[in-house]
Design a protein. Structure first.
Length: 519
């Protein structure tokens, strides 16, 4: 990489190729200005719920606040009120704002910056559920029983007022009594305690449905410095319990919203829902996974408890049983990765179908309407369903296909952005290695996470990113077994799935790939 360039130039090129930039058409700016003059916050057709102590819970520095929550006790269970920014009111179809949102598909995130789907005056202003300001919201008012199951859902358009913009660490401080936080209202403290209880109940309910509890920390590429001094670095961030609780409430809303629309369509209402579907792994893939795990157990000389007995244990139970102590962390991580690889990708679709990954019989994406055009469209359909209104069925059916295409396309663009950010970090790391003679180049330690003919996948310890070792380019005669568990050279073992391994850079090939070898 050219060291004189800000590394984000490479990432911006991905967006440029996709036709995405920071500028919005003049007609969008004009529509935003009209909304600033008349934000609709005092409309007569929305309920006033500003007396309830809602708060937002997000990562530090978040500006586009999509969700706020308030949780209370109701009998033996809980009342969960989950407010989602009312983007559909601000972005009606057949307007410049909607057309531009459809063209972009979603917001895009790069290290140190974002390119929002909606102009910042909306996504970080009028629509965002920031503190101490009245905002329009779609409120999922849900009753959750003592077993964590949702027994009733009412969806209302409301005016809310968030009391605080809390971070995950703030909530942890409130609930543990350790650390600083701004919460002083006893009602808010109680709401957060109920929030924790509901999150725990929902997690237990998910486990009972066989949802695989992947214990994955988040790897985030961050920007350090700027201009010629800019550098990207990858760091691993442990997921807090509050993040998991918040995710459970978001998943609940998305499932309840999809169920509501599905049931209304079944009742004859001409809604045009969009679902996020996720088929379960194919049986053949699960069979091969069990064989691979058995081979790993054999090569490492592990006790039988490390094997997966499909006839006895679900995949969720097997993953949960993997030990994560220091002695076994690499092996457990590699096996957990193999269980992830049997999954197929989720996608947006018109027909309702289960979402295997979250254990829902039907699922949508209501929770990020400022960041995803599919959310704007789903909110519109929800308001028509709640109000018993008929939209333009023929128009909406055609529009639904465009929204699905835009949503799936934007997911691919974000994947490319994330992959390019990882590549920048790796390029900087390995380019520095080439400055040393081959026999004095540094080695990089990591975990063998997988292999197949011609390549071995290694997760580096630092930076915590995946690299490919193209063993077929070394000319040393490496061979991988059929199950992708053992790598040998001239009949001698080199490494196995779950091993610690050290790699060294040999060269950078003409096609840009790094050629590495095991040290």
């Amino acid at each position: 990489m050219d060291g004189d360039l800000d590394p984000r130039v490479r990432l911006r090129a991905v967006l440029t190729e996709a036709g995405i930039d920071d500028d919005y058409p003049p007609e969008v700016d004009a529509q935003v200005e009209r909304l600033r003059q008349a934000p609709g916050i005092d409309a007569d057709d929305i309920e006033d719920r500003t007396a309830l102590p809602f708060v937002t819970v997000d990562g530090p520095g978040t500006r586009d606040l999509d969700q706020a929550l308030y949780v209370e006790r109701r009998g033996d269970g809980f009342g969960v009120q989950y407010a989602i920014a009312d983007a559909a009111w601000f972005v009606p179809v057949m307007t410049p704002l909607f057309d531009e949102s459809l063209r972009r598909g979603s917001s895009f995130y790069l290290p140190g910056e974002s390119v929002p789907m909606l102009p910042r005056a909306l996504s970080e202003g009028l629509v965002s559920l920031g503190p101490n300001a009245d905002r329009r919201a779609m409120v999922f008012d849900m009753t959750v029983d003592a077993a964590g199951e949702c027994t009733e859902t009412r969806i209302v358009r409301a005016r809310i007022r968030s009391r605080h913009q809390l971070t995950f660490d703030h909530v942890e401080a409130v609930l543990t009594g350790h650390g600083e936080h701004p919460v002083r209202d006893p009602a808010l403290v109680e709401s957060l305690r109920c929030f924790r209880e509901v999150g725990t109940l929902r997690a237990h309910a998910a486990a009972a449905r066989g949802v695989v509890p992947y214990r994955r920390n988040e790897v985030r590429v961050k920007l350090l410095g700027s201009g010629q001094q800019a550098k990207l670095t990858a760091v691993e961030i442990a997921r807090t319990r509050t993040e998991a609780d918040n995710a459970q409430l978001s998943l609940l809303c998305n499932a309840e919203g999809a169920r509501y629309l599905r049931d209304h369509v079944g009742a004859g209402f001409a809604a045009q829902p969009i679902y996020k579907v996720h088929p379960p792994p194919q049986d053949q893939a699960l069979h091969q996974l069990a064989e691979r795990i058995d081979a790993v157990v054999d090569v490492h000389g592990l006790p039988p408890k490390w094997s997966w007995h499909r006839e006895r244990d679900s995949l969720a139970e097997y993953v949960q049983s993997l030990p994560m102590d220091d002695e076994h962390a690499r092996l457990a991580s590699a096996l957990s990765r193999q269980t992830i690889l049997v999954n197929v990708r989720s996608a947006f679709a018109e027909a309702p179908a289960p979402h295997h990954g979250v254990g829902a019989d039907v699922y949508g994406r209501f929770s990020a309407p400022m960041r995803e055009v599919v959310g704007v469209f789903l909110h519109k359909e929800m308001w028509e369903a709640v109000g018993g209104q008929e939209g333009g069925a023929a128009r909406d059916e055609a529009l639904r296909g465009q929204v699905i295409n835009a949503a799936n396309r934007s997911r691919e663009i974000q994947r490319k952005l994330s992959a390019e950010a990882d590549a920048v970090v790796i390029d900087d790391l390995f380019a520095a290695d080439l400055e040393h003679p081959l026999d004095r180049r540094p080695t990089h330690r990591g975990t063998v996470m997988g292999m197949r003919r011609g390549r071995v996948y290694v997760r580096l310890d630092s930076p915590p990113l995946d690299i490919k070792v193209y063993v077929d380019r070394t000319g040393r005669g490496y061979a991988c077994d059929e199950l992708g568990v053992r790598l040998t050279c001239a009949g001698q073992p080199v490494c196995a799935l779950g091993d610690a391994a050290e790699v060294r850079v040999l060269e950078r090939a003409k096609d840009g790939r790094w050629v590495l070898d095991f040290a």
